[in-house]
Design a protein around this ligand. Structure first.
Ligand code: FES
Length: 646
């Protein structure tokens, strides 16, 4: 046929093109992202594709190697110098001769598994905000007075089809020298502004510059995690994390806000602390990845509203009380050097939008990653910290709220609670007849009733209960009948088990009879009840808003979500009834969302549009919150049923 059919995988986009069209052009016309730095000169090697051979009945295509033009001199030269992997072709230098099924290699897609899974099986295509564009600029001519810079911009517009193109001022004094360094051949790093049709040159390099990097970062109130990725191949080349140094000003968010309110330089000190930590992390990922700091050209940050404000140098005082006004809720785009993160002079920073005064850019990023707004099923997304950020919705409508769970789930208000560390109890089972417990501690393979446990545990000791296990202990106590539906430890059981101890007017449960003694007290159980009731009441409000009495799917984000067993969370009524198969830990979904925005600017628009549509519910103002809270104090709940548990 004179217009062969070309199908691109894995996106499935297809079209007919005249014989002789280059594969790269065909991809461009269909909006299939294939990287190219040299602009089709067969020197960068970024545009590689692969031809699938065979008869594809479903698509009505027979595809074979000879439906592409044979190796030409340019491809041969590239292959000789740089080497092309078996079967790969340079799409810029290959013409279409017949029907084709073309594979755009997915090894160039970063962490394809992670991102794809997180993005709900969608193929994760790249389209970074910063592109590297090689051009050959016309030399100056006495008869044409056009300036060097103007000829550079013209060449870029012509070869790379920019409608409007500008340049960062810091480059003005350097343009002439860079152009002359390699005979008028340069690579421009071009940043696409959020307004779709305008772009700016943010860095300029002599000759062909075939690499550029970006960082994606989740600023948590406890930990900060950063990933360094190649903007060209999409590969993640290094990852690092550190604890948030703001902890020294206050453990939880509200104490950090009060620190700002009480200390004249409090805001400055906390902003400096987080930026120092970020600069340290940038050095770390650069060292790990063998990348120069100046080669980082783009960056994306997410965080809860208070972290978001402090990172940007904004006073978070207004977030400390009603009406919880954000200084800025929309996405922010600026130069990294303006916020004390020097990398390349032109490096850009993108910060995702915040959903509400208590529901931040981290929740927005998690939403982008898990995609409730992209599916028909009603999905609940929960991220538990000292505040639980809750998102509930589907393609039709998304609502969000936060709930003041307090730090009990992190083991804070629990008498024997501790951070996850060797020696901490992480799993518990209680025999419903004898009321005897067995448990496992971090750092030891065996359960406490298995041979070899005692010897193995001498190294670490048995030190406390780690945050994620608190849920399990209380749920097991409930299942064994030690605590009632109201959460009261049954003192009558003291008559038949030495595990039930009396202290004053209440009782406690002896989990480990040794040094130190580890008990679960009535107060501990109250703290868990209060936290879980707050969480559940928030979820319930959102379910009311959606008019549903059950959810189809639950994603538990963050460290807490990774470690708790969904069954126990449901036994205690932390989360609403749901098919247990469909309750999943989604890991650091916020970090994944940040990375998606780094590698594909279309996701920036998607989350900005979505956040604008999300309805924010202020739990404190909802009269029904109290009612739901009281019902949720019971185990698992006074009024709601959990058919999946029976
Ligand atoms: Fe650079 Fe094909 S676009 S080698």
């Amino acid at each position: 046929p004179s217009h062969p059919l070309v199908l691109f995988m894995p996106s499935g986009k297809r079209g007919r093109f005249p014989v002789g069209t280059s594969v790269l052009d065909a991809a461009r016309q269909l909006g299939v992202y294939v990287e190219s730095v040299c602009g089709g000169r067969a020197t960068c090697g970024r545009c590689q594709v692969f031809v699938q051979e065979g008869h594809f009945a479903k698509h009505g295509i027979s595809s074979a190697q000879d439906h592409l033009s044979p190796f030409g001199p340019k491809e041969e030269r590239y292959d000789r110098v740089r080497g092309l992997p078996e079967g790969r072709r340079l799409s810029c230098s290959t013409q279409i001769l017949g029907d084709l099924v073309i594979d755009v290699p997915q090894d160039t897609v970063v962490n394809a598994q992670v991102v794809r899974k997180a993005a709900d099986e969608r193929v994760f295509e790249r389209n970074p905000a910063v592109r590297m564009c090689y051009v050959e600029v016309e030399e100056p001519d006495m008869h044409k007075p056009l300036g060097d810079l103007d000829r550079l911009l013209e060449a870029l517009k012509r070869d790379w089809q920019f409608e409007r193109l500008d340049i960062d001022v810091h480059l003005l004094p350097k343009v002439q020298k860079i152009l002359r360094q390699r005979e008028w051949k340069v690579t421009a790093a071009v940043h696409h502004d959020r307004a779709a049709d305008s772009a700016r040159v943010i860095a300029l390099y002599p000759g062909l510059k075939n690499e550029a990097y970006g960082i994606a970062c989740d600023i948590g109130s406890t930990t900060i995690a950063m990933h360094l990725s190649s903007l060209l191949s999409g590969r993640t080349v290094a990852s690092a994390g550190t604890s948030n140094p703001q902890i020294r000003f206050g453990e939880d968010l509200m104490s950090r806000v009060s620190y700002v309110m009480m200390n004249p330089d409090g805001r400055e000190a906390m902003t400096a602390a987080v930026r120092d930590a970020l600069n340290g992390l940038i050095d770390k990922v650069c060292e790990q990845g063998g990348v120069s700091r100046t080669d980082i050209l783009d960056s994306v940050f997410v965080g809860n509203p208070i972290m978001h404000h402090l990172f940007l140098g904004i006073d978070p005082t207004e977030l400390g009380g009603a009406p919880f006004a954000l200084a800025v809720s929309g996405a922010v785009e600026l130069k990294s050097s303006d916020i004390g993160l020097p990398m390349n002079e032109g490096t850009r920073t993108y910060v995702l939008p915040c959903i509400a005064g208590h529901v931040g850019a981290d929740a927005a990023a998690a939403t982008l990653s898990e995609g409730p707004h992209r599916q028909d099923e009603m999905m609940l997304l929960v991220d538990i910290g000292t505040n639980a950020e809750i998102v509930l919705g589907n393609a039709a409508r998304v609502v969000a709220a936060s709930s003041p769970t307090g730090p009990a789930f992190e083991g804070a208000e629990i008498s024997a609670g501790q951070r996850a560390a060797p020696g901490a109890i992480e799993r518990v089972r209680i025999d419903p007849v004898s009321l005897e417990p067995r448990f496992r501690i971090i750092g030891v393979e065996q359960w406490s009733d298995e041979p070899g446990f005692a010897e193995a545990a001498t190294a670490t000791g048995i030190t406390g209960i780690c945050g994620s296990a608190i849920i399990e202990v209380v749920a097991e106590m409930f299942l064994a009948g030690i605590i009632s539906e109201d959460g009261v430890i049954d003192g009558a059981l003291a008559a038949r088990s030495h595990r039930i101890l009396q202290n004053g007017r209440t009782f406690s449960y002896l989990l480990h009879d040794g040094e130190p003694r580890i008990t679960v007290t009535q107060n501990d159980i109250r703290a868990i009840q209060l936290a879980k009731a707050a969480l559940y009441a928030g979820v319930k409000l959102l379910m009311d808003k959606q008019g549903v009495d059950h959810v189809d799917r639950i994603g538990l984000a963050g460290a807490f979500g990774t470690f708790i067993d969904p069954k126990y969370a449901m036994v205690l009524g932390l989360i609403p009834d749901c098919d247990l198969e469909k309750v999943k830990a989604v890991g650091n979904a916020a970090g994944t969302g940040a990375r998606m925005c780094l590698l594909n600017r279309d996701y920036r628009r998607e989350i900005e549009d979505t956040v604008r549509r999300i309805e924010k519910i202020e739990t404190a103002l909802e009269p029904k919150f109290q009612e739901h809270f009281v019902a949720a104090m019971a185990l698992p709940n006074k009024v709601d049923h959990f058919p999946q548990l029976s």
